[in-house]
Design a protein. Structure first.
Lengths: 485, 184
């Protein structure tokens, strides 16, 4: 039996029916909500832990066991046997006094002190660099030079031919071969050497004794300073190691003229609020409603680099960024412009009068948004290719940025007007940069040039403002790097 | 429970979700075209609720506050997906509604299902005016249309819904009155 009754109020009927209706969501909905609400608490901890762990590992490798971990060479005992096997005669007998894991070869010329010395080339697989310094010439004058380059093995040089030493050193370093000092010093020169090497970091020593040396007993009556050499070896202090350690630090000065561009994204979290202005075309991409053009800016700064290995350096510095871009707009009569703010109670929006229109007006104008920032870039520099005199590098930095000053125009929620509202600008930000450049060594400095791309991770305005602006810069970086001695 | 949600306590948040999600999913379902769409709207709406819960000032009903956020979220999603841009063919819509099979279980569910059969623009205005209680002026601002458009769309929606409900024998028309059909 059907029961019917009056239904004058259709709306009440619909409302009652709707109120009685229930639906139960899939559990997936709650899982997604939960993941969204609590995901932000996790990633900073993971990121921070990763950075901290990496920093600790690099610090341990570099500062606690620098030579042992990064600059490993084979036992000198083995090297000594190689030397002995190639030694042409007794006049250039070489004997290892002590072996350790980080040894350079320090050889003595025959004690007859001929002006011309000959020696055999010996192959070592040392991995650290070596450069000669003018200030140590007095020590090195009497020192001969042994290389692992077979082409130099039969050369003979004069005793004081330091030019050869420098040429050989630079030649070998370019060919990734490591030069080794040999000393032609008399005992008193060895003592002089010992005085100087006391300051230096330890590396191993192979000690070649003069002809009076009795290789069978490994003692020398004609060489009273053998104990001095023992002492040197025991302290593991040799000139080349210091040079190697000192030249890990570098300072770089750079400038990057660049063009700044922006990408807009409208979140419109609160644009549907009752008191906020709403327009039908807000469903479209905001980038289609604005006309902006890049303008040239500049990034300039100074950085300190530390050579972790021959190819990899880590760097940190300080720089100033000046960025700007242009916006096409129009002068117009005073119009009401509003920005519907995110994160506020229903109906909260910022309303101002504006004489700048995005769409039309009585006169076209160009606005310029400008930003002056100070940044701390931290990153790495990796040499990926050696092309003769020129090296090719890839580098990347993350830059913590603080905005010192700005002048920018913000688009209203309905995309019709521009207005200035400095308190909506974000002060702190993070930028990431990637670079590819060529480097060329010239007169003790390294010149660098190459393209750089930089992206601003966080929007330039606070979360209150619904339209996110991400700045993008692309430019040419030019830099000068000098080794710190 | 609200305090716990302000403190970002997951247990309180789950409790709040369990309490209000059945009714809110029904709200979203009336605006959407499928259950999956409704659940997406529900998810987005509750994320906003939890993000803004610290702004609730204990003036008025909390359920009403949540419901308003949910309604605005549904409108936002429909705008984002450009659903309002789709053209409406009334005859086609009526024909499609006749083809839809609605199980005759609860009458409330039947009515809601019939509302869902309306074209998006019509059912949105109908939901906002007849069920959610917004004025035509408020609806016009939310949807970016004229107030007169809102009134005319509501009139057409109401007429169309009546036809659907009559054809489904959920209500019957006796002379100038509508009456609900209830089996005893």
């Amino acid at each position: 039996m059907k029961q019917s009754f009056n239904l004058d109020d259709f709306e009440a009927f619909l409302s009652d029916s709707a109120e009685q209706h229930r639906m139960y969501p899939n559990d997936r909905v709650w899982r997604n909500i939960n993941a969204q609400l609590h995901k932000d608490n996790k990633w900073p901890a993971l990121t921070f832990a990763a950075i901290l762990t990496s920093t600790i590992i690099i610090s341990i490798l570099v500062f606690i066991h620098p030579d042992r971990a990064l600059f490993d060479i084979p036992s000198t005992t083995k090297i000594a046997s190689n030397i002995l096997s190639k030694s042409p005669n007794k006049t250039s007998t070489i004997t290892a006094i002590k072996s350790s894991s980080s040894t350079l070869a320090l050889l003595e010329a025959p004690s007859n002190r001929n002006k011309t010395h000959t020696w055999e080339a010996n192959h070592f697989s040392n991995q650290y660099e070596f450069n000669l310094e003018e200030s140590n010439k007095s020590i090195l004058d009497d020192q001969l030079f042994v290389t692992n380059d077979a082409s130099l093995s039969t050369n003979s040089i004069s005793e004081n031919d330091s030019t050869f030493l420098r040429v050989a050193a630079s030649t070998l370093s370019k060919e990734n071969k490591q030069p080794i000092i040999i000393s032609a010093n008399e005992p008193e020169n060895l003592q002089l050497l010992a005085q100087h090497v006391n300051k230096y970091q330890p590396i191993d020593v192979l000690h070649a004794l003069p002809t009076s040396f009795d290789s069978s007993t490994q003692q020398s009556s004609a060489f009273p300073k053998a104990t001095m050499m023992e002492e040197i070896v025991n302290r593991k202090q040799i000139l080349g190691a210091l040079k190697n350690k000192k030249q890990r630090w570098m300072i770089a000065f750079y400038a990057t003229p660049s063009f700044s561009y922006r990408y807009l994204q409208d979140n419109k979290k609160e644009s549907d609020k009752l008191n906020g202005p709403v327009a039908n075309y807000l469903t479209n991409d905001v980038n289609k409603f604005v006309t902006h053009k890049p303008k040239m800016g500049l990034e300039a700064g100074v950085a300190v680099l530390y050579k972790v290995t021959n190819d990899l350096s880590i760097k940190a510095g300080l720089q100033l960024n000046y960025r700007q871009y242009a916006i096409d707009a129009y002068s117009t009569t005073n119009e009401r412009a509003a920005i519907a703010l995110n994160g506020r109670t229903l109906g909260d929006s910022l309303v101002r009068m504006s004489r700048i229109s995005n769409n039309s007006g009585y006169r076209p104008i160009q606005l310029t948004n400008e930003y002056l920032q100070i940044a701390i870039p931290v990153g790495f520099d990796l040499k990926v290719m050696n092309l003769g005199k020129v090296d090719f590098h890839l580098a990347s930095t993350a830059q913590l940025t603080y905005q010192l000053a700005s002048r920018n125009f913000l688009l209203s929620s309905d995309y019709k007007n521009y207005l200035q509202q400095e308190n909506l600008n974000r002060r702190w930000n993070i930028n990431t940069a990637v670079e590819a450049f060529f480097s060329y060594q010239l007169n003790g400095i390294t010149l660098q040039a190459g393209p750089q791309f930089r992206y601003q991770l966080l929007p330039g305005t606070k979360n209150l403002y619904p339209i996110e602006e991400h700045l993008i810069d692309y430019g040419m970086k030019i830099g000068v790097v000098k080794t710190i001695h | 429970m609200i305090e716990g949600c302000i403190q970002n306590n997951p247990v309180s948040q789950r409790e709040l979700f369990n309490k209000y999600s059945p009714k809110m999913l029904s709200v979203c379902y009336r605006f959407s075209q499928s259950r999956e769409d409704a659940e997406d709207m529900l998810q987005e709406g509750f994320i906003k609720v939890f993000a803004q819960i610290h702004t609730f000032q204990n003036k008025g009903s909390f359920e009403g506050w949540v419901r308003r956020i949910m309604v605005h979220t549904c409108i936002n999603v429909l705008k984002r997906n450009k659903k309002f841009n789709e053209s409406v063919d009334l005859d086609q819509a009526l024909f499609a509604s006749e083809k839809e099979i609605i199980p005759s279980i609860m009458q409330a569910k039947q009515v809601v299902e019939c509302i869902r059969l309306l074209p998006i623009g019509y059912k949105t205005v109908l939901n906002l005016y007849a069920i959610e209680g917004y004025s035509h002026k408020e609806i016009a601002e939310m949807l970016g249309i004229e107030e007169s458009t809102s009134r005319s769309q509501y009139t057409r929606a109401k007429s169309m819904l009546e036809q659907i409900l009559i054809k489904r024998r959920i209500i019957e028309k006796k002379e100038t009155k509508l009456a609900m059909v209830t089996a005893i």
